[in-house]
Design a protein around this ligand. Structure first.
Ligand code: FAD
Ligand code: MLT
Ligand code: ZN
Length: 475
C-alpha cells in the first residue's frame, strides 16, 4: 500500500460507516455507489501501477447538485474524498492514499452547448477528451488539447491537472483556452465561473484556482472551453538527427520557416524509440538515429502548407542538420507515426517500474539531464531515456527497472530536483505534483508562495477533506 511505502500518516478523518452508505444510497440509488475490493481495484491503483490506496466506496454522481450534496455531507461528517476522472494521472493524485471516498466523474459526460459563432463549448467535466473532440468535429471545431491518454482522460481531469500535451506550442495552455469553470467547494457550495467570455476583467479570475489544483480546492463539474476551427490540412514529418545541437537548430528552423502553421514539435531519443519497437512491436518508417523529431503542420490550405513544409525540409536536409526524414499526410500513416511518440509511456510500462520525471528546462540544458542521469545511475537500471514536448522546453525523463527499487529511487531523488532547480527549471512541467511530488515543491516555488497556497487551501477547504496528501507538502 502507498501509505506504507511512503510512510504517510492518516489524517483525522472519520471512517465510512453504514449510516453514511445509507445516505449515499438514498441520494444516488443503489447502482451509482460501488463497493468491494475487486470492483474498486482499478480505481484504487494508478495508471503507472506505482501507488495504491484502499478506498471501499466509489460514488458516481450525474449532476452538479449531486456533487454538492455529497461534498456537503462529507464535510459535515469529516469524510475525506478523492476526485477521479479517467485515472490517467502520472503523479499519484487520482487515487486515494488511505480510504478516501472516490468521487468519479464517469457519468458526468454531457456536452451542453456548442456555440458555433464563438467556438465556445460547454460541457460536464466527465466528458472523455477524445469523445469531446469527436463531438465538436461535427461542428468543424477541435479541442485545443491532445495527449496520449485521450481515449480515457476526462476534460475535468485535464483542467484539474492543467494538462499540456502535444499541441500546447500552437494553442497555448488551458489557462488560456478554458473560459469558464463550475466547481463545487468542500462545503458543497457551487462556484459558478461559467460566463465564458474571452474578455472578462470583473474582479479576481477565480476559475484559474481550479485549473491545475488537482482536486484540492474544489471538484470541477462544468467547463467552457474555446475550440479553434478544425484544420483542413495536416502534415506530419518524422525526422532523424545525429546531434542534440541539430535538434535545436531544426526547432528554430521550424519556427521560422513554418511560422503560424507549426502545430507540434516533439522530441524522441534513440532509447525511447527502441523501447516502443521492442515492447510494442511498432516499426518506425525511417532507419535508426540518435534523436528523432515529429513536426506537424496544421492549416487551412493544403497546397500552401505543403509548399512551406517542403521548403523547410529542403533547408534542413540540404544543410545536413537533419540526416533523414519522411512526411505523411494520409490519416493512417500519421496515426502510425504519432503512435511511436504517444505510446512511449505505455512501452516503458512494459519493462516493470517507471520512475517518471516531467521537467521544464532551458533548451540548452534539455538533453544534458538525460546524459547526466544515465552516468549517475550506471548499470542499476534497464533504461534511462528522454522524450517530450521540446517546443515547450518540457522533457520527460524516464528510468525503468524490472521492479520498484528503493535504492534506485534514492539515487534519482532528490538529485533530479536539485539539477532542475539549478537551471531554474520546473520539477513538474505538466503532470502536476499529486501525491508523489508534493514534498519537492520547494525546488520550484518560494516558501512565501507555498505558504499562500496553504492559506488558500485552508480558506476553501478548512477541514482538508478534498484530496488530502496531494499537491501541498507535509507540514
Ligand atoms: P485523473 O487521473 O483521474 O486525475 C488527475 C488529478 O485531477 C487528480 O488529482 C484528481 O483528483 C483530479 N481530478 C480529476 N477530475 C477532477 C475533477 N472533475 N475535479 C477536480 N479534480 C479532479 N499529461 C499531460 O499534461 N500531457 C501529456 O501529454 C500527457 N500524456 C499522457 C499520456 C499517457 C499515456 C498517460 C497515461 C497520461 C498522460 N498525461 C499527460 C497525464 C494525464 O493524462 C493527464 O494528467 C490528464 O489530464 C488526467 O486526466 P484524468 O481525467 O485521467 O484525471
Ligand atoms: C507524454 O508526453 O507522452 C506524456 O506526458 C506521458 C509521459 O510523460 O510519459
Ligand atoms: Zn507530456
Amino acid at each position: 500500500l502507498t501509505s506504507k511505502r511512503y510512510q504517510v500518516k492518516r489524517g483525522k478523518y472519520n471512517e465510512i460507516n453504514e449510516e453514511n452508505i445509507k445516505f449515499f444510497t438514498e441520494l444516488l440509488g443503489p447502482h451509482r455507489i460501488i463497493e468491494g475490493e475487486s470492483e474498486l481495484e482499478g480505481h484504487n491503483t494508478d495508471w503507472l501501477d506505482t501507488v495504491r490506496g484502499a478506498s471501499s466506496v466509489l460514488l458516481k454522481p450525474k449532476t452538479t447538485e449531486e456533487v454538492s450534496a455529497i461534498l456537503s455531507y462529507c464535510n459535515q461528517h469529516r469524510l475525506a474524498v478523492c476526485p477521479q476522472g479517467g485515472n490517467t494521472g502520472l503523479v499519484g493524485g487520482s487515487v486515494p492514499v488511505f480510504d478516501e471516498i472516490i468521487i468519479s466523474t464517469n457519468l458526468m459526460n454531457k456536452v451542453e452547448n456548442v456555440d458555433t459563432w464563438s467556438g465556445v463549448v460547454t460541457c460536464q467535466s466527465g466528458c472523455v477528451l477524445e469523445a469531446l473532440d469527436q463531438h465538436v468535429a461535427d461542428f468543424g471545431l477541435m479541442v485545443p488539447l491532445d495527449l496520449g491518454a485521450k481515449g480515457s482522460c476526462h476534460i475535468g481531469g485535464n483542467v484539474s491537472t492543467n494538462a499540456g500535451g502535444l499541441r500546447l506550442l500552437r494553442y497555448g495552455s488551458l489557462h488560456g483556452s478554458v473560459l469558464g469553470v463550475e466547481a463545487v467547494l468542500a462545503s458543497g457550495e457551487v462556484i459558478d465561473c461559467m460566463t465564458a467570455m474571452k474578455k472578462d476583467n470583473t474582479g479576481y479570475d477565480l476559475k484559474h484556482l481550479f485549473i491545475g489544483s488537482e482536486g484540492t480546492l474544489g471538484l470541477v463539474t462544468k467547463i467552457a472551453i474555446h475550440c479553434p476551427p478544425r484544420p483542413q490540412a495536416v502534415n506530419l514529418a518524422l525526422l532523424g538527427l545525429s546531434t542534440y545541437e541539430n535538434v535545436l537548430k531544426t526547432y528554430v528552423a521550424a519556427k521560422s520557416k513554418l511560422g503560424e502553421i507549426l502545430s507540434s514539435c516533439e522530441f524522441i531519443d534513440r532509447s525511447s524509440l527502441e523501447c516502443v519497437e521492442e515492447n510494442l512491436k511498432l516499426k518506425p518508417p525511417i532507419s535508426s538515429h540518435e534523436y528523432y523529431m515529429l513536426i506537424e503542420t496544421s492549416g487551412s490550405n493544403g497546397t500552401h502548407d505543403e509548399e512551406k513544409l517542403n521548403i523547410f525540409l529542403e533547408d534542413v536536409l540540404g544543410s545536413g542538420i537533419v540526416d533523414d526524414g519522411t512526411v505523411a499526410s494520409e490519416p493512417s500513416r500519421m496515426l502510425h507515426i504519432w503512435g511511436l511518440r504517444e505510446r512511449i509511456a505505455e512501452a516503458l510500462h512494459h519493462e516493470g517500474y517507471t520512475y517518471k520525471y516531467d521537467i521544464s528546462t532551458p533548451l540548452s540544458h534539455f538533453y544534458k539531464m538525460v546524459e547526466d542521469m544515465r552516468k549517475h545511475l550506471g548499470s542499476k537500471i534497464i533504461r534511462c531515456c528522454g522524450y517530450g514536448h521540446i517546443g515547450d522546453g518540457n522533457l520527460h525523463l524516464n528510468i525503468t527497472t524490472d521492479e520498484f527499487d528503493k535504492e534506485v529511487l534514492n539515487r534519482i531523488e532528490p538529485a533530479v530536483y536539485e539539477w532542475t532547480s539549478k537551471v531554474n527549471g520546473s520539477i513538474s512541467a505538466e503532470h502536476g505534483l499529486g501525491f508523489k511530488k508534493r514534498n519537492y515543491i520547494h525546488y520550484s516555488k518560494s516558501s512565501g508562495a507555498v505558504t499562500l497556497m496553504k492559506q488558500m487551501k485552508k480558506l476553501l477547504d478548512p477541514n482538508g477533506i478534498l484530496n488530502p496528501y496531494k499537491v501541498l507538502p507535509d507540514e
